[in-house]
Design a protein around this ligand. Structure first.
Ligand SMILES: [Zn+2]
Ligand SMILES: [Zn+2]
Length: 442
């Protein structure tokens, strides 16, 4: 009995706590559902039917600005191109930023949805192309409006400043940097915390994904220019064949990740393009390799880039090229740093979500690919504690159908891509509002 009694008291206490948390969660969930039915569903359909290409999000940005203005936010447009900054000042307290990216992709939608996009736009090369929200950014901007509405309605429950950002050109990893270059922090204040999410077709609806490590990798674009010595194809001894040298470089690069990085740290070096030659019987005098390089930290990035230079230059020496003709390695300044979640912030918000949503909602499993995002341009320099999370967007029955040998769940950027908007927008809003209320010290 002595043993049982405290355990029983403790259980009662826990039950009381979880009952009050559950009822707070229930009430937030029903508020989100009410604004979804009243407004967000139609707004999502509008954004989905009217996608715009990166840097050309004029109508999207204008509609988002109108929505946020009508909720009482001070909206600044034209930041870094079509970017917008919406501020809700609510007394002394932290400044918290939440970002949604706005751009669509040059993809012709073949999802079969009744509200599929038929929109077209003239791309930067002057070609008219179909445009589609094939990455789900329509979910992000619709959720941002829902979050804005609930945070404005609940302003007696928090203190500080909420900064909502509509970001252009994420798909070209340009928009965040463009907004920073437009003196974003100098003009509107430097946030104490920053957050964003991506809806994902790879996770079922009703599931939130977050982890304390990096949700996205760093990415670099690298070119290798190889100079050879041209010759007749029948007289290879008279030249230095850049195709043979380029092939040796490609094979040499395959050992850089496996023999340079510690084995438990991931990295990718992919040669995506190899250009050389004009004709069967000519040994070309040049070759050009185009690489993408993925890493998880500045240190690993340096190891991989050093390894690429070492292999390329020394393979040039192996081929007998003089020092002034060794292959040239050019790292583009379009580099994207890894997206790193702040450990303390992430643990705080994940604990809050576990309480709020209960068991079986929060997922922090392993990540398989090494995709990149431009969100870290907001958070790396100067360092701002940030959390980037994922919201599931595919109905569970679609995964079951795939498992049973049926149609596979389409991936992002596919013409077949589709997101279930009801569950993903409402989950996006609820997770965002719960986290913001906590960070803004409710
Ligand atoms: Zn995308
Ligand atoms: Zn995306």
């Amino acid at each position: 009995m002595n043993f049982f009694r405290p355990a029983c008291l403790c259980l009662t206490g826990l039950l009381g706590l979880s009952l009050s948390l559950t009822s707070a969660a229930d009430s937030l969930a029903s508020e989100v559902e009410a604004i979804y039915d009243a407004k967000l569903k139609d707004l999502f359909l509008h954004f989905h039917r009217n996608p715009e290409l990166s840097t050309m999000e004029h109508q999207t940005s204008a509609r988002l600005a109108t929505e946020l203005e009508s909720l009482g936010y001070a909206v600044h447009t034209g930041v870094g191109g079509t970017g917008i900054v919406a501020l809700l000042e609510n007394g002394e307290g932290p400044l918290v930023m939440f970002r949604a990216d706005m751009d669509g992709l040059p993809v012709e939608e073949k999802s079969g949805l009744s509200y599929a996009s038929r929109a077209k736009q003239v791309d930067p090369n002057g070609n008219e192309v179909f445009v589609m929200h094939a990455c789900g950014h329509d979910v992000h901007i619709t959720s941002l409006v829902g979050t804005a509405q609930l945070m404005a309605a609940k302003r007696d429950q928090w203190q500080g400043t909420l900064m909502l950002i509509g970001q252009p050109a994420e798909e070209r990893v340009m928009g965040a940097a463009a907004m920073r270059a437009d003196n974003l922090w100098q003009r509107f204040g430097q946030p104490d915390y920053a957050m964003a999410f991506h809806v994902t077709s790879a996770m079922p609806t009703g599931i939130l994904g977050a982890s304390t490590d990096s949700p996205y990798s760093g990415a670099d674009t690298v070119d290798i220019y190889i100079t050879g010595v041209g010759a007749h194809g029948a007289s290879p001894h008279r030249g230095v064949d850049p195709i043979v040298l380029g092939s040796q470089i490609v094979m040499g690069l395959q050992t850089v990740v496996s023999r340079t990085l510690p084995p438990r740290r991931p990295g990718v070096i992919t040669v995506g393009a190899f250009h050389s030659g004009t004709k069967h019987n000519i040994i070309s005098d040049a070759a050009h390799l185009q690489l993408t390089v993925r890493s998880e930290s500045p240190g690993d990035r340096a190891l991989l880039l050093d390894g690429i230079s070492r292999v390329a230059e020394n393979m040039g020496r192996v081929a007998g090229l003089p020092d002034d003709l060794l292959p040239e390695v050019v790292v583009s300044d379009e580099s994207v740093p890894p997206t790193l979640n702040d450990r303390a912030l992430t643990e705080r918000v994940m604990a809050l979500w576990s309480d709020h949503f209960g068991e079986g909602v929060l997922f922090s499993g392993e990540r398989l690919g090494m995709g990149a995002e431009d969100f870290p341009f907001f958070t790396v320099d100067p360092y701002i504690p940030s959390l980037y999370f994922a919201v599931g967007g595919t109905p569970p029955e679609d995964f079951a159908r795939e498992q049973a040998g049926g149609a596979p769940v389409p991936s992002h950027h596919s013409p077949l891509f589709k997101i279930e908007p009801d569950a993903s927008v409402t989950m996006g809003v609820e997770a965002s509002v719960a986290a913001l209320l906590d960070l803004l010290g409710s």
